[in-house]
Design a protein around this ligand. Structure first.
Ligand SMILES: *[C@@H]1O[C@H](CO)[C@@H](O)[C@H](O)[C@H]1NC(C)=O
Ligand SMILES: *[C@@H]1O[C@H](CO)[C@@H](O)[C@H](O)[C@H]1NC(C)=O
Ligand SMILES: *[C@@H]1O[C@H](CO)[C@@H](O)[C@H](O)[C@H]1NC(C)=O
Ligand SMILES: *[C@@H]1O[C@H](CO)[C@@H](O)[C@H](O)[C@H]1NC(C)=O
Ligand SMILES: *[C@@H]1O[C@H](CO)[C@@H](O)[C@H](O)[C@H]1NC(C)=O
Ligand SMILES: *[C@@H]1O[C@H](CO)[C@@H](O)[C@H](O)[C@H]1NC(C)=O
Length: 508
């Protein structure tokens, strides 16, 4: 080694790297303890190597260093010499080096302070997680078994809240402290979900509760925002038809993924309605098999909480259900009988067929199903007045036909013929004797575009937007007491609040 220059050699090597791309800078700054900080690996390239190409692979020599020779002497000591033209001492480069080193140290300081911040955050999370662990242990002792857990839908829901908060923020002028506060909480929630996703696959219920609490706050916040402007009148009493029809639909609440999993994109869900016990109905979830046709298994849940926990009162099997036109009324399930135009009535207590009946003239087996939804030529529906069926016939040339059924005998009591072609609607439901049909606007929105009022025989156009999480509304079931729509959205169970026109109105 030519004496006098080892320092310079080190500097130039360093310069060779530091002057490279800026990505190197970040790397160096964030890993201060890495041996590569000074640009060379002290162990492997120097001294121990017997190869004359000791500068070869680890640190490519900069151009000014290309003029060197290396050799190994008799004792195996590696020797090398580098000639540096004395006249061209790179003062300018050293200057640049000093400058770069300064920048580097600044960057390093910055990164270090970030690291300190993270360390603090992590200790906060550690505490939170410890707490959660305790809660999970408690839950485990309850011996409830959780099957499908879906953080995706929680994330979707949190995202929805984030959107809402952004909108709220825009509409709040001046005092937005409470909104900011909520925003922080929602962001915390996002973080919590992410953390939990990697660590805790079981604590869905706890998160759900927190989400519910946040939602409540959001609602209150929105309500307080509305103060001053005319107060929204109370909704019509549950099960009542003293209103002027559906005028709007809330944003969706994601309840959960269906119990059979992501691949079960087709099906239906809802809540039993009985005028005698309007608020007591059990919840039912009926995903079709993956052939999109056979309804084989369904579950009954006593409460919504049970449903959220995938805890079911009964899981039943039938072998003859077709499509997702299913409806449940007075503890009986009504389905289209596989490969026929028949309707079956199933006693949910015994899972036995109480009645089967042919629906006269009804088209079936995909003759006139809905747009993007197969095997739903015969769609059963429940409203305040009872059991309905929406279908088409050859005589109606594929236009929707609505029949009121006797729910005991399945006899047709009355029939109405619409001017709406059934296959161009994506789904339909009945509220207070009025049929509402939807169509797809795009992958994220659906529209209630048509109504037929069996009370008056009038029909017409509507434009009520429905937001959705996934592409296809496989089924829509209305519940008169909850005044909600239960939607099976490609495997996700959603529900929506309906908003009614306040005063009874002669049909438009
Ligand atoms: C290498 O050194 C020799 C003399 O030691 C000189 O003639 C030659 O120009 C140098 N080459 C480079 C690329 O600097
Ligand atoms: C743990 O969680 C419970 C319930 O949410 C809460 O009341 C308690 O304050 C938490 N404890 C700590 C140390 O965060
Ligand atoms: C949100 O999280 C931060 C950091 O963990 C914490 O300081 C803050 O108090 C949390 N805010 C709320 C409202 O929970
Ligand atoms: C329907 O409700 C949404 C909010 O849920 C609102 O933004 C929209 O303006 C409402 N539309 C009508 C026609 O009232
Ligand atoms: C279902 O069957 C059970 C047992 O036979 C009977 O008690 C019940 O009344 C039936 N339910 C309905 C809604 O028909
Ligand atoms: C339905 O049929 C049953 C049995 O025949 C009868 O008792 C009942 O009155 C019918 N209901 C209606 C609304 O026609």
């Amino acid at each position: 080694m030519r004496p006098g220059h080892p320092f310079l050699l080190g500097l130039l090597l360093f310069l060779g790297q530091a002057a490279g791309d800026s990505g190197d800078l970040d790397f160096l700054a964030s890993t201060p303890d890495s041996s590569s900080f000074l640009g060379f690996d002290s162990g492997s390239s120097f001294g121990s190597s017997t190869s004359p190409t000791f500068l070869g692979s680890k640190a490519p020599p900069s151009q000014s260093l290309s003029n060197f020779t290396g050799s190994v002497d008799d004792r195996g000591t590696c020797q090398c010499s580098v000639s540096l033209p004395d006249t061209t001492f790179p003062a300018d480069r050293v200057e640049r080096l000093e400058f770069t080193a300064h920048i580097l140290s600044q960057k390093f300081e910055k990164e270090l302070s970030k690291v300190k911040e993270y360390v603090q955050l992590i200790s906060v999370y550690e505490k939170k997680l410890l707490n959660l662990t305790v809660r999970i242990e408690v839950m485990e002792k309850d011996t409830i078994s959780y099957t499908e857990l879906d953080f995706e839908l929680i994330k979707l829901e949190v995202k929805e809240m984030e959107k809402l908060i952004v909108r709220l923020k825009e509409s709040f002028v001046g005092s937005s402290e409470i909104v900011n506060q909520l925003e922080v909480e929602i962001r915390n929630m996002t973080l919590l979900v992410e953390k939990l996703e990697s660590l805790d696959k079981n604590n869905v219920l706890a998160i759900r509760r927190e989400i519910e609490a946040l939602k409540k706050k959001l609602k209150e916040c929105e309500a307080s925002k509305g103060e001053g402007s005319p107060a929204t009148p109370p909704p019509p009493s549950p099960g009542s038809c003293s209103h002027g029809g559906v005028v709007n639909v809330s944003r969706p609440a994601v309840v959960q993924l269906n119990w059979r999993g992501f691949s079960y994109k087709y099906g239906a869900w809802g809540r039993d309605y009985s005028p005698q016990h309007p608020g007591k109905g059990l919840y039912w979830v009926a995903p079709l098999n993956t052939d999109a046709r056979l309804l084989e298994y369904y579950r009954l849940h006593n409460t919504l909480d049970d449903l959220l926990l995938y805890a079911y009162a009964r899981q039943n099997r039938i072998t003859y259900g077709q499509g997702s036109g299913t409806a449940v009324y007075k503890n009986n399930m009504y389905v289209n009988w596989y490969n026929t135009r028949n309707i079956a009535k199933i006693n949910l207590t015994t899972n036995t067929v109480a009645v089967t009946k042919t629906l006269p003239g009804a088209a079936y087996n995909n003759r006139f199903s809905y747009a993007n939804v197969a095997w739903q030529d015969i769609d059963l529906a429940v409203d305040e007045h009872g059991l309905w069926v929406i279908y088409s016939t050859e005589a109606s040339t594929g236009n929707m036909v609505i029949s009121k059924l006797n729910d005991t005998t399945l006899e047709v009591l009355n029939t109405w013929y619409t001017k709406q072609y059934k296959p161009s609607a994506s789904n339909a439901f009945v509220v207070c004797g009025v049929l509402y049909a939807t169509r797809t606007l795009n992958t994220r929105t659906e529209e209630i575009f048509y109504y037929y009022d069996t009370n008056t025989g009038k029909e017409g156009k509507l434009d009520i937007t429905i937001h959705k999480m996934q592409e296809n509304m496989q089924s829509i079931n209305y519940h008169p007491f909850d005044q909600k729509l239960y939607v099976y959205n490609d495997g996700y169970l959603l529900n929506y609040d309906l908003i009614f026109l306040q005063e009874p109105q002669e049909a438009v």
